[in-house]
Each structure stands twice: as structure tokens, then as C-alpha cells.
Design a protein around this ligand. Structure first.
Ligand SMILES: Nc1ncnc2c1ncn2[C@@H]1O[C@@H]2COP(=O)(O)O[C@H]2[C@H]1O
Length: 638
């Protein structure tokens, strides 16, 4: 195993109570490989001492057992191969081959010890939780134990266990499965304190690093000191990795990487990288990227050589369904190529800033009156229905005064509910939003208000929503649509990128810009996308919202009476049960004492306070029977 010899010094000491394998000084980075070798060397010496006593007794039956236990022999061969040098020096001081070694009882003894250790492990019937328990955020001790072993000493179950544990690291998970398993075979564990320089600009790279815990900064200066002065340094966190490219090519480090706090690393050394054929797996991954780019119309004219330059600039990143890919790709320093699956482009809209929304809200709030808004949406009780039936069945010519009297009585309990108001108002029914409503003075509603550009708006109604504006499919790009526009003509509204299950290749903008030629620019020019304005999106959202509510009302009206069970079973108390109206703003209860019960999701906004997010808005509205007289009788299509 090689070490990571690049760090010049560690300026701070690590805490005393730190878990095992804490490196305390820069020198330790250099001697990590050595340390592992010397520890094992001690074990070897122990084995050697015991060997002379067992030499004669054990040599006879070796070959028989050998056939029965090929796995152990393999393991043992690993031991001897790794400690070959010590054997030469301390036992014979001369060249000795494998068969000669076997003749020594030493072989048998070592074999017994391995079997004994293995049997002891198998014999354990309790589940040792301590294998998996780690201080919060730290790598579990079991993983550290495995990583302290030489690659050839790691068993398949151990490698599998590491592979499973490391799935939390994005950059690790992004590699293909065979590569992940190979990495789990060779990784070693290191922990360093704040200010430790891991990689120094200009030096030759010997290792690459995955961050398991902590934060590092990438700097342009050699000693990394600028990271502690820069208010916004480039930071890498848990799950990120750095320095892998230099392992494949004989280049020097392009930047300095320094620990900003106590940081745990999983290190892959150049020596192990090549010894375990990781380079071949890396090459396969690169070939996939090459084939993807080759198929793209954008790079049709590029030579293979030029395309390989592009391939080396990025690597594949995997995102599961619903995972956030980029908070704002407009501001991102990278562009993305979707090489598998698809992504959605979302825009966070502050509805409170839209004049259309302002008008919409007040149109609907106009329908709020002192009685419970829900009463007019409820189904009439059987008694009420009977009354209505009676009224309708009176012959108009004979009992008109009586009908009027009954009518008044029947409607009495509904007070001034909305359904009654429109009947008496004489308004014609509009297509979507109901009758034209005269503007109402905002102050008549008793609830906290906020000031907007267009007037006062109930504080509760100042909400935002995420609108899907585009889907990026396989083979398409993100962040290139306005790369050729001058900055002052660019649409700088933040746009969110969410995965629908996707694999993407991320490449830094400036690197891509250096590579592209006039032909690609020409193609990019044709590729410009214009996203709709916030106002348009707001209108669309409210139209869709109205349609959804109308549809739900209609379905309820048509289906509910038929689905009603013959008797009402005892129902569990509603308290504490999940409210299906999640992320719904309920304007009906705006000026009521009780707050609506739905989860509150706050979305961060740049330079602004977080915005409460809704997916739908239920508003006071007309009873559907009045909008569509043909559905007057619930459950009956006329
Ligand atoms: N702007 C950057 N953002 C993130 N990582 C970087 C950046 N620049 C350099 N690196 C990483 O820092 C590493 C420094 O050593 P390498 O050149 O081997 O590889 C480099 C990259 O892995």
C-alpha cells in the first residue's frame, strides 16, 4: 500500500478522545502504509516463533487438507506473499519458494490460526451492534476494522459490507457496481484535523479521496491558507470525492485541498488502484460517456480525440426519483447532460407577487360571510331533502303563497349561505370564476394582512408554489439554453432541477466553453428555450386549480351518494390522523378562529424570507348544482 505523501503539515492536533486510527500529524500521512505493514510484520514474527515447534508434526498431512480447504490456502498464500520480504530476512536469509515454505510447520500453524479465528467468528451467535455503532457521522468501527486490512486480506462478505455502508456517499454510488466493489477492496481510512493540507497544488497525485465526514476547501494557493480568509471558499462535503483524475493520467494537482474541520477520508492509493485493475473499470465508465456523447447531434462533427477531452471533464452522477439535482441551474457553474432517464425543471412562484392572484383571491374571499362556509357545501339532511321535495311537489298555481312560506322556512337554517345569496342576487353564472363580484374592502375580513404592490392581501394567502415548466429528456442538456446570450439578455430567474430518476454528466461551464467550436455554437444558438413568465404560470396554476376543485366537487356530487354505506360504522377519532388535504391552502377558514390543519413546507428564496408552499387552493365557491343545473339531484345524471 502506498501512502498519501502530499500533505506538508498539520497545524492543529486532533481531539484525544477521537476514535481509532486518528492521524495526528502530517508525518502520519506518509507512514500510513508503512504503519500497516509494520503492524502486520509483528503478527508475522509471532507466527514465525511458533513455527519451529510445529514443524515436524504437521508437515505430513498438509497436502490432503490442502485439497479440502482451497479457500484457506488462498488466504494463507496472501499472507506469505505479503510478508515475503520478512521471511527472507528473518528465517533463512536466502531465496525460498512457496513449496519450501509449506514444508515448514509454520504453514500449518498459520493455517490453524486463520481457521481458529474464522471458527470463533462463526461461533458467535449474538448480533454485535457495536460493529455498526459509530459516533454520529463517523465511519462505523466495523468499517474501519475492515479498511485496516490489506486488500488481499479482505473477505468477500467484508467487501460487501463496506459496499453497503458506503452507499451513503454520492460520489461512490455514482460508480458502476463492479467499480464500487473494487474500491471497497482497496480503500483505507484516514482522519485529519482542521488545516491539514490533503493535496497540494503542483505536486504529483498519488491518491484520491472520498469524504466520509467533515468538510474540505479547494483553493488556488499552494498552502491552502486562503480557505480560511475567503468568506465563500469552494467546499466539498460528505459524499464528495477529489483527486481521482490524476490517478489515471500523469498530471499534477490542479488545486490545493485543505481540511476545514476534523474530516474522515476513504483513500485510494495509486499502487492499489493499478494492482487491483481499477483503471480498467474507470476506462469502461469513460467509454460509456464517450459513446453517449458520440450519439449526440451537438458533437457530430467532433473527432474522437476531441470528444475524449470532453469525456475526461465530467463523470456520471446518479439521482433517484424526486431527488434534487440543482437548487438553481441558472447560477450553477456547470452544465449537465442527461445520459439516462429524465429531469424536471421547476420554478418557485411567489403567488403574492402576481396581480392575477391578487384579483383571484379577493374575488373568492368576497364569498365569505359570517356563517360557516362549509354549510352550503354539505349535503342536505334527509329532513331538509324531504322539505324540499314537499315544496317542489306543491302545484304552483294553487299553493304559491304556501310554497313561498315553506321556502323561506326551509332555507332559514342556512342563514345567508352563499347558495341563497346568488339565487337572490340575480347574477348570471360565469364559466369559471362565478358571477362578477364587486370589489370588497379588504378590512372587512378579520385576519392579519400584508402589503403587496397591488394592495392588502391576507397574510395566510401569501403563498408560493412550484410549477413544472419543462422536462429534460435523455440526450438533452441543462444550462446551455442561453449560454450564447449576452448577460443582460439572460433570464436570471432561479430554476430548480429535480430528477425523475436520472443519470447526468456534469461539466464546468468554462471548460466546456474552451472546447466548443463555431459549429457547436451555431447548434446551440438554435437550441434556445424561452421559459414562460411568472404571471403566465400563475394564471395557468389558478386555472388548473379551479378545474381540479370543480372536478372534485363534481365527483363528490356524483359518486358520494351511491357510495354511501347503508349504516355509519363507528369511526376512529380523527385526531392525530394524517390529513389528506396536505399542502392545500384553505381560504374558507381564513377568518375563522381555528387554523387549517395541514403540513407547512417552507421553500428557501434567495435574499428573501422562506415562502410557504401550497399545491392547491380551496376557495369559497358556488355550489356545483348552481353552476350545472342538470346535476341538481346528487348522484343522478339528468
Ligand atoms: N472548483 C472545484 N470544485 C470542486 N473540486 C475541485 C475544484 N477544482 C479542483 N477540484 C478538486 O481538487 C482536486 C485537486 O487535485 P486534482 O487536480 O487531482 O483534482 C482536483 C479536483 O478533484
Amino acid at each position: 500500500m502506498s501512502s498519501a505523501p502530499e500533505g506538508p503539515e498539520a497545524e492543529s492536533q486532533l481531539p484525544e478522545a477521537a476514535p481509532p486510527s486518528v492521524s495526528e500529524s502530517s508525518q502520519e500521512v506518509d507512514v500510513t502504509g508503512e504503519r500497516r505493514r509494520s503492524q502486520l510484520g509483528v503478527r508475522w514474527a509471532f507466527l514465525h516463533e511458533g513455527s519451529s515447534q510445529h514443524q515436524l508434526k504437521e508437515s505430513e498431512s498438509e497436502e490432503e487438507r490442502e485439497e479440502d480447504e482451497p479457500e484457506e490456502e488462498e488466504e494463507l498464500r496472501g499472507v506469505f506473499i505479503h510478508f515475503g520480504p520478512q521471511v527472507k530476512k528473518s528465517v533463512h536469509h536466502k531465496e525460498m519458494d512457496w513449496s519450501k515454505l509449506k514444508k515448514l510447520g509454520l504453514y500449518r500453524l498459520t493455517k490453524d490460526i486463520i481457521v481458529m479465528i474464522r471458527k470463533r467468528k462463526q461461533g458467535r451467535i449474538t448480533f454485535d451492534t457495536m460493529d455498526f455503532v459509530a459516533e454520529e457521522g463517523h465511519l462505523p468501527p466495523r468499517a474501519i476494522q475492515i479498511m485496516q486490512k490489506l486488500p488481499s486480506w479482505r473477505t468477500e462478505p467484508e467487501i460487501q459490507a463496506l459496499y453497503n455502508l458506503l452507499q451513503v456517499l454520492n460520489s461512490y454510488r455514482n460508480y458502476s457496481e463492479p467499480l464500487q466493489l473494487l474500491l471497497a477492496r482497496v480503500m483505507r481510512f484516514e482522519r485529519f484535523g482542521r488545516r491539514r493540507v490533503m493535496v497540494k497544488k503542483g505536486q504529483r497525485g498519488n491518491s484520491f479521496y472520498f469524504i466520509y465526514m467533515g468538510t474540505v476547501a479547494v483553493t488556488e494557493d499552494e498552502d491552502g491558507s486562503s480557505a480560511f480568509l475567503d468568506p465563500h471558499p469552494t467546499l466539498l462535503h460528505k459524499g464528495d470525492c477529489f483527486g481521482e483524475l490524476d490517478l489515471m493520467s500523469p498530471s499534477v494537482r490542479r488545486a490545493t485541498v485543505v481540511c476545514m474541520e476534523e474530516t474522515e477520508f476513504l483513500v485510494v492509493d495509486r499502487e492499489d488502484f493499478f494492482a487491483n485493475k481499477l483503471d480498467q473499470e474507470f476506462q469502461k465508465d469513460a467509454q460509456h460517456r464517450f459513446e453517449f456523447f458520440r450519439k449526440m447531434d451537438l458533437f457530430e462533427s467532433w473527432s474522437d480525440e476531441k470528444l475524449w477531452k470532453l469525456v475526461t471533464l465530467g463523470k456520471v452522477e446518479k439521482f433517484s426519483y424526486g431527488q434534487l439535482v440543482l437548487k438553481d441551474f441558472i447560477e450553477s457553474p456547470s452544465i449537465m447532460f442527461v445520459c439516462k432517464g429524465s429531469c424536471e425543471v421547476l420554478r418557485l412562484i411567489d403567488l403574492g407577487t402576481s396581480p392575477f392572484y391578487y384579483k383571484w383571491i379577493w374575488q373568492h374571499l368576497e364569498l365569505i360571510d359570517d356563517t360557516s362556509l362549509k354549510t352550503h357545501l354539505n349535503e342536505p339532511s334527509p329532513v331538509e331533502r324531504f322539505k324540499e321535495f314537499q315544496i317542489k311537489s306543491y302545484p304552483v298555481q294553487d299553493f304559491s303563497t304556501l310554497k313561498l312560506k315553506h321556502l323561506q322556512k326551509a332555507w332559514e337554517p342556512q342563514g345567508s349561505s352563499f347558495s341563497r345569496r346568488i339565487k337572490t342576487s340575480g347574477n348570471t353564472l360565469p364559466k369559471t370564476l362565478g358571477p362578477k363580484i364587486k370589489s370588497r374592502h379588504p378590512h372587512s375580513l378579520k385576519c392579519p394582512m400584508i402589503n403587496t404592490e397591488y394592495g392588502e392581501l391576507p397574510e395566510e394567502a401569501a403563498v408560493g408554489t412550484y410549477i413544472k415548466i419543462h422536462t429534460v429528456e435523455e440526450g438533452e442538456t441543462v444550462g446551455l439554453h442561453q449560454i450564447l446570450l449576452p448577460e443582460n439578455q439572460r433570464d436570471m430567474r432561479p430554476l430548480v432541477l429535480v430528477s425523475l430518476g436520472a443519470e447526468v454528466i456534469r461539466i464546468r461551464r468554462e471548460k466546456f466553453w474552451e472546447l466548443i467550436d463555431s459549429e457547436v455554437k451555431e447548434k446551440l444558438y438554435r437550441f434556445q428555450i424561452k421559459y414562460p413568465s411568472d404571471e403566465d404560470m400563475c394564471q395557468k396554476f389558478l386555472q388548473e386549480n379551479s378545474w381540479n376543485i370543480f372536478r372534485k366537487d363534481l365527483m363528490r356530487l356524483l359518486l358520494k351518494p351511491r357510495q354511501r354505506p347503508p349504516f355509519i360504522p363507528i369511526r376512529p377519532k380523527k385526531k392525530g390522523i394524517y390529513n389528506p388535504k396536505s399542502l392545500v391552502l384553505d381560504l374558507c377558514s381564513l377568518d375563522k378562529e381555528t387554523k387549517p390543519c395541514y403540513p407547512i413546507f417552507m421553500a428557501p428564496q434567495k435574499y428573501l424570507p422562506p415562502l410557504r408552499i401550497v399545491q392547491a387552493i380551496t376557495a369559497p365557491r358556488y355550489k356545483i348544482q348552481e353552476l350545472l343545473p342538470q346535476y341538481k339531484n346528487a348522484g343522478v345524471l339528468v
